[in-house]
Design a binder for this molecule. Structure first.
Ligand code: NAG
Ligand code: NAG
Ligand code: NAG
Ligand code: NAG
Ligand code: NAG
Ligand code: NAG
Length: 328
């Protein structure tokens, strides 16, 4: 059974990777916001426990550990490859000069939509701070393009922006009542509502900085990550409880996608539906998908990234996938 699963996975990967080997770059730039699923080195010089620039992280990455929270490439590395980028998108912490024209990765392990999220682990770059960093990049790009406002805006309008955040607002906030009061202040419905309201304000800032093509990632099945399975033990209602909280959030994000598409002209927001991808692509999650207590392996990201880019099932992406977003 294990061998068959691995074989299936390999066939899937090879067939999915083939189309991007000779692919040309589909968009001029790719900007990345998020948490440890996307971070590629922004936490390396922060004072935090949420770091991954040491072995065994990166054991399958050329050159070793980089700050990616997995053994090899992470989610956005895979998506960048599918989009035809020859190199991964540089982290904000080290990006400089002309390379920012290809995009910048602002993601930070332990970061959340809420400012306080993840603070029990130490420093992190919250989504608000990531947006401030993007403001710096946008003004540098304007300079690089000769301070021609309309040229810079037209350029930024063509880029893809990915936002994969919210996991820590649950894992490292709401479901940690010993450190955070949010679960006493809000029931699950209220918490999902305030989170998505805040996200909506943040996305409006991103939009005002020129983002028209935005891919939002739904939250994964947090209840099934090894860390939560350990916390819940054999208590299945505990796992269901986490799953329900996450579903409330995801449902509101889909509504937000519709709102942005309806309210703002020329704006294209899409939603990547992690639920189906996680459930169907890895029968034995404990064995193949997770690298540590919360992070998928590169193999997990290969499948996730491939399906976010080109949907395999109609529910993978709404209203369409990243490939179509790039072409739109
Ligand atoms: C990517 O690399 C290929 C092969 O080396 C090259 O032909 C192509 O021009 C490069 N594309 C970009 C956008 O740099
Ligand atoms: C800005 O760039 C646009 C498009 O390339 C060009 O038509 C316009 O003349 C430029 N404006 C200035 C002030 O250089
Ligand atoms: C199981 O989890 C539920 C939901 O989190 C909780 O209310 C209940 O007390 C837990 N039961 C046990 C035996 O720990
Ligand atoms: C979009 O418009 C609807 C209806 O007017 C409104 O309720 C909603 O808040 C707006 N959403 C955004 C993201 O602008
Ligand atoms: C997954 O693999 C682990 C380790 O081999 C095993 O203990 C577990 O029973 C498997 N779970 C399923 C659902 O097959
Ligand atoms: C996401 O996937 C789940 C599981 O297949 C499905 O129930 C849900 O309707 C999907 N959501 C969207 C917005 O497509």
């Amino acid at each position: 059974m294990k061998k068959i699963l691995l074989l299936l996975l390999l066939v899937l990967l090879v067939s999915n990777l083939q189309h991007c080997v000779n692919g040309k770059q589909q968009v001029p730039c790719f900007f990345i916001f998020g948490d440890s699923l996307s971070d590629n080195g922004n936490n390396n010089n922060l004072v935090t426990k949420a770091k991954a620039n040491y072995q065994p992280y990166g054991i399958d990455f050329p050159g070793g550990p980089t700050g990616r929270f997995t053994n090899g490439r992470n989610l956005v590395d895979i998506i960048a490859e599918h989009l035809g980028f020859n190199n991964s998108i540089p982290p904000f912490a080290t990006a400089s000069g002309q390379e920012i024209l290809k995009g910048v990765n602002y993601a930070s392990g332990a970061a959340g939509i809420r400012e306080e999220t993840g603070q029990q682990l130490g420093d992190r770059i919250s989504l608000d701070k990531q947006l401030q960093n993007h403001q710096v990049t946008v003004s540098n790009i304007k300079n690089l393009l000769g301070n021609n406002e309309s040229l810079a805006t037209a350029y930024l309008n063509k880029c893809i922006y990915s936002v994969a955040i919210g996991n820590n607002d649950y894992l490292n906030n709401y479901f940690m009542p010993q450190f955070y009061p949010t679960s006493r202040i809000y029931n699950q419905e209220q918490y999902a509502t305030v989170l998505v309201q805040q996200l909506s304000q943040q996305l409006l800032i991103l939009h005002n900085l020129g983002a028209l093509k935005v891919a939002l990632f739904g939250l994964g099945l947090l209840g099934y990550t090894p860390v939560e399975l350990t916390m819940c033990g054999t208590n299945s209602s505990c796992v269901d409880n986490i799953f329900n909280a996450v579903t409330l959030f995801n449902d509101r994000v889909v509504t937000l996608v519709n709102d942005f598409n309806n309210n703002l002209t020329n704006t294209k927001f899409i939603y990547i539906n992690t639920t189906e991808i996680t459930l169907s692509s890895s029968t034995n999650r404990s064995l193949y998908s997770f690298w540590d207590a919360v992070h998928p392996t590169e193999v997990g990201y290969l499948v996730y990234g491939a399906r976010a880019y080109r949907a395999m099932s109609p529910v993978d992406a709404y209203p369409y996938d990243i490939e179509r977003l790039a072409q739109s």
